[in-house]
Design a protein around this ligand. Structure first.
Ligand code: ADP
Ligand code: ASP
Ligand code: MG
Length: 424
């Protein structure tokens, strides 16, 4: 990251991202403009990244579904990227009204180059030169700083010059990638909660805000369902050492800093509990218990680009047949069933049972590396509540269990208490 030396003392180059609820209407956009103007007047160089107004992206997706179920992915992106175009133009106007020079930028105008995987593209490169040039013109707004760039989140440009989008929640990734490209001192992600909590504050009243969280834990929390940051944004922050802060759009309370492990003095064993509700469980009954059967099942799924997460193979009492259970993203279920039906001959199973009413609950913490008994506490807490576990998976800093969706809140709250995370 870039130092402060080229700006005046205490001044910084900052990327400020505001999510959907923070720009939900004109009133909230005015609030964002006030915050950005204040920071610009303090002499900071600022690039803003915005989401679409809350609900807009969902509305655009339902328009597409109403129009065509088998749509062209390039046109899907042409439609869903539209929401961000509105908010950036409105904010640039509001900033100009406040005497701050500002300009809106869509992804293609910088450009933000991505690969061509439409609807979940990855950013490959951002040309930040023009933004930097305009930022450093200085004194343009009577505030010391130059022009404020207002950049559309979530969208980019494919190698074929088509608009791409980065997957739901992708504005976080735009913000972090832009911060890396501009050599920003900080990337502040403003949202509708005060920071990263020990669990989703919407379902756990006793959740506590974390002052700091490690990149690794944040990465696991995001990928296991805490949607406060898009997973890819955390990966990028970790790789490019971007200083990310998650904080409120509506108050000035300090947020949560995402940091290296050595910046945390007292590390808890477990830092957070997450749940992911977009899971589905598939069981193949009476698969023959022979070498090569796992390859026969998971090979064709991999070829169809279907991600398989947890896998459980039950013991076969007579050595001939076994049941194979695994989880996939719920949206992939129809494709999974089609692929397995197509390969039924090669696999050899009696029946497929698909269950979309499951949820994956995870406990996450770097402290697990050095503490025993963390998993046992999880299993005991769930069993005390009579919650049955369908599958388990672990990594160095995470334990996940698959349970019935109806137990989600009970499980997350019980685990939150069991690991001593409840606010006192
Ligand atoms: P934005 O529109 O600002 O991008 P999101 O809705 O994508 O906001 O993310 C913020 C939401 O993430 C919060 O409202 C909260 O319900 C949810 N969330 C889930 N887990 C957590 C967590 N551990 N800490 C904070 N927020 C969380
Ligand atoms: N507007 C997009 C979405 O709703 C991107 C974002 O908000 O981060 O997913
Ligand atoms: Mg988001």
């Amino acid at each position: 990251m870039r130092g402060y030396e080229t700006l005046g003392e205490g001044m910084a180059r900052i990327v400020m991202k505001f999510g959907g609820t923070s720009v939900a209407d004109v009133e909230r956009l005015r609030n964002v403009a006030d915050r950005v103007a204040k920071s610009a007047r303090e002499g900071n160089e600022i690039a803003v990244v915005l989401s679409a107004m809350a609900g807009t992206t969902n509305e655009l997706i339902s328009l597409i579904q109403g129009m065509s179920t088998m749509h062209d992915a390039r046109e899907y992106d042409a439609v869903v990227s539209a929401g961000e175009q509105i908010t950036i133009g409105l904010l640039a106007m509001a900033l100009q009204e406040r005497g701050i020079s500002a300009r809106s930028w869509q992804g293609w105008q910088l450009p933000i180059r991505t690969d061509d995987v439409h609807s979940r593209a990855r950013i490959e490169d951002i040309d930040g030169a023009e933004i930097v040039r305009r930022m450093s013109l200085g004194a343009g707004n009577g505030a010391g700083g130059g022009e404020v760039a207002v950049v559309a989140g979530f969208q980019g440009l494919s190698p074929n010059n088509r608009i791409t989008t980065l997957g739901r929640g992708g504005s976080d990734t735009t913000a972090v990638a832009l911060a890396a490209a501009l050599g920003a001192d900080r990337c502040d992600i403003h949202t509708d909660v005060d920071g990263v909590y020990t669990a989703d504050p919407r379902i756990v009243m006793a959740a506590r805000k974390l002052d700091k969280i490690t990149y690794e834990e944040m990465l696991e929390m995001a990928s296991q369902g805490a949607k406060v940051l898009q997973t890819r944004s955390v990966e990028l922050a970790m790789n490019h050492r971007v200083r990310v802060q998650v904080l409120s759009s509506f108050n000035d309370t300090p947020g949560t800093l995402v940091v290296d492990e050595d910046e945390i003095v007292e590390q808890a064993v477990v830092s957070g509990i997450t749940y992911a509700s977009d899971e589905a469980k598939v069981t193949l009954l009476q698969v023959s218990d022979r070498p090569g059967v796992a390859a026969a099942i998971f090979g064709p799924l991999a070829e169809a680009s279907i991600n398989v997460d947890m896998i459980v193979q039950s013991a076969s009492p007579d050595g001939t047949n076994t049941d194979m259970t695994f989880t996939v993203a719920r949206g992939d279920l129809p494709r999974v069933e089609a692929v397995l039906a197509e390969h039924r001959g090669a696999i050899g199973y009696r029946e497929i049972i698909a269950d979309g009413e499951v949820v994956k609950v995870s406990v996450i913490g770097v402290g697990m590396r050095s503490h025993a008994g963390v998993a046992q506490r999880m299993f005991a807490a769930l069993s005390e509540k009579g919650i049955n576990i369908h599958a388990i998976s672990t990594s160095e800093i995470k334990i996940s269990v698959l349970i019935g969706a109806e137990y989600t809140e009970l499980a997350v709250r019980s685990l939150h208490s069991a690991y001593g995370l409840d606010a006192v």
